[in-house]
Design a protein around this ligand. Structure first.
Ligand code: UGA
Length: 438
């Protein structure tokens, strides 16, 4: 099939490459000229494992253009994968989708299926179909299909090629037939439903995962108070297949481009329809508090961070990505800076992006050793394997005082104890040394 993809962000580019890998001919269109140049030179603008290899392998079946007319006019299928950022009130901003819909209406000269892959509020597919139909320049037939994605950053290619399901929300038999043709080589089960249900599946799935995380984070907080161990609790819960063992790692709250935005958007949608989603409201509230939990823990030791050297390990919202959106580092570092701390930050791939926000206020280190040398305190925000594998004894050797506040439970409490650290983590007991204070 001749497929065009609007938007070359995480979702658009990964989808395009995976569709090409499975035999479709794909044209990617993006308004950003620099990005298209980069893509045409074989370089991915985002860090994502396997992506560049697959771009190269499928280079004969995939091209990148700026001109939307060229991309849309003859396509069998046009996939919209542009962003739906959060507005100030929590609702989803559909400006970019609307723009693409207008461009499609102006340019298509043959019947085609328009697929909305971006996460959109329930009812958006109906509105987009109306918008395109009302603005069509030529006499052609279109079907609009909701086809949400379930890829996570860092494992996006695998999540797409080996997805657990392909959700297709259609209102016509033709649309279903065309979508099954696009995905015919994927060998993944389909959920075929109406458009509104497909739109809801995406939000309900993401918000359920966010709910699971806020739940386990609250249980972790209670574990700390009553002296239980969250890791054993998660293990004991996760072995029940009705609960499942995924997304039970307690930490400093969820971040990224999806959960924070999608929880707020669904909550907003419910409110707009005079219904309060109490579970999602609580999910959001718990997460906001969890994000500043490490600072609260650190304040037990220091009233102020003024004049202290603070090591930060991990800037991205999770390992395997250079994405900083809603990362705990972005919530916590401003608080530390405002207090007058001197920050030494390390991250294996996130520094370049972080420099765009803090070019001068933060010192960047090229190794963990460099970041922690002479530090008064060290915060761990991302569970990179380099941090987990770091020789734990080095904290005592290199830091002024070996005070580690770990938001990702990277080390065993026993090991931290043996290495002489003052070690605080999430939902577990603190090291004996903590009682002595510093
Ligand atoms: C998420 C979903 O997992 C994907 O299925 C979905 O397609 C995607 O959003 C989207 O809507 O586009 P993503 O945001 O890339 O993917 O990352 P996740 O791996 O889900 O992690 C989200 C956050 O939860 C991270 O901050 C991570 O640190 C946190 N998390 C995850 C935990 O704190 N504990 C866990 O056990 C798992």
């Amino acid at each position: 099939m001749k497929v065009s993809v609007a938007g070359t962000g995480y979702v658009g580019l990964v989808t395009a490459v995976c569709l090409a890998e499975n035999g479709n001919t794909v044209t990617c269109v993006d308004i950003n000229e620099e990005k298209v140049k980069l893509l045409n030179s074989g370089v991915s603008p985002i860090y994502e494992p396997q992506l560049e290899e697959l771009m190269w392998k499928n280079r004969d079946r995939i091209r990148y253009v700026n001109d939307y007319q060229e991309a849309y006019s003859h396509a069998d299928v046009i996939i919209i994968a542009v962003g739906t950022p959060e507005r100030k009130d929590g609702s989803a901003n559909l400006q970019y989708i609307n723009e693409v819909a207008q461009q499609i209406a102006k340019t298509i000269i043959r019947d085609c299926v328009v697929v909305i892959k971006s996460t959109v509020p329930v009812g958006t597919n109906d509105k987009i179909e109306k918008l395109i139909k009302e603005n069509l320049k030529y006499e052609v037939e279109i079907d609009v299909v909701s086809n949400p994605e379930f890829l996570a950053q860092g494992s996006a290619i695998r999540d797409t090629l080996e997805a657990t399901r392909i959700v297709i929300g259609v209102e016509s038999e033709n649309a279903e037939k065309v979508m099954k043709e696009v995905y015919k080589n994927f060998n993944i089960p389909y959920v075929v439903t109406d458009r509104k249900s497909a739109e809801m599946i995406k939000y309900a799935a993401n918000d359920f995962l966010a709910l699971k995380l806020s739940y386990i984070n609250e249980i972790a907080n209670l574990c700390e108070i009553v002296g239980a161990n969250i890791e054993d609790v998660s293990k004991g819960m996760g072995m029940d297949s009705r609960i499942g063992d995924k997304f039970l790692n307690a930490g400093i709250g969820y971040g990224g481009s999806c959960f924070p935005k999608d929880t707020k958007a669904l909550h907003w949608l419910a409110n707009y329809n005079d219904y309060e989603l109490k579970t999602i409201k609580a999910t959001i509230e718990v997460n906001e508090n969890q994000k500043i939990k490490l600072i609260k823990k650190a304040r037990k030791y220091f009233d102020s961070f003024n004049g202290l050297t603070v090591a930060i390990l991990g800037l991205t919202f999770k390992p395997g990505t250079d994405d900083l959106r809603e990362a705990p580092s972005l919530t916590n570092i401003p608080i530390l800076l405002e207090d007058g701390a001197k920050i030494n930050a390390w991250d294996p791939v996130g520094i370049e992006n972080f420099k765009k926000v803090y070019p001068n206020e933060v010192s960047y280190s090229s190794s963990i050793e460099e970041a922690i040398t002479n530090a008064d305190i060290c915060f761990i925000f991302t569970e990179w394997s380099e941090i987990k594998d770091f020789e734990i004894e080095k904290y005592s050797k290199l830091m002024k005082k070996p005070l580690i506040i770990d938001g990702r439970n990277c080390y065993r409490v026993k090991d931290a104890e043996n290495a002489g650290l003052i070690y605080e983590s999430i939902g577990r007991k603190t090291t004996e040394k903590e009682l002595l204070k510093i």
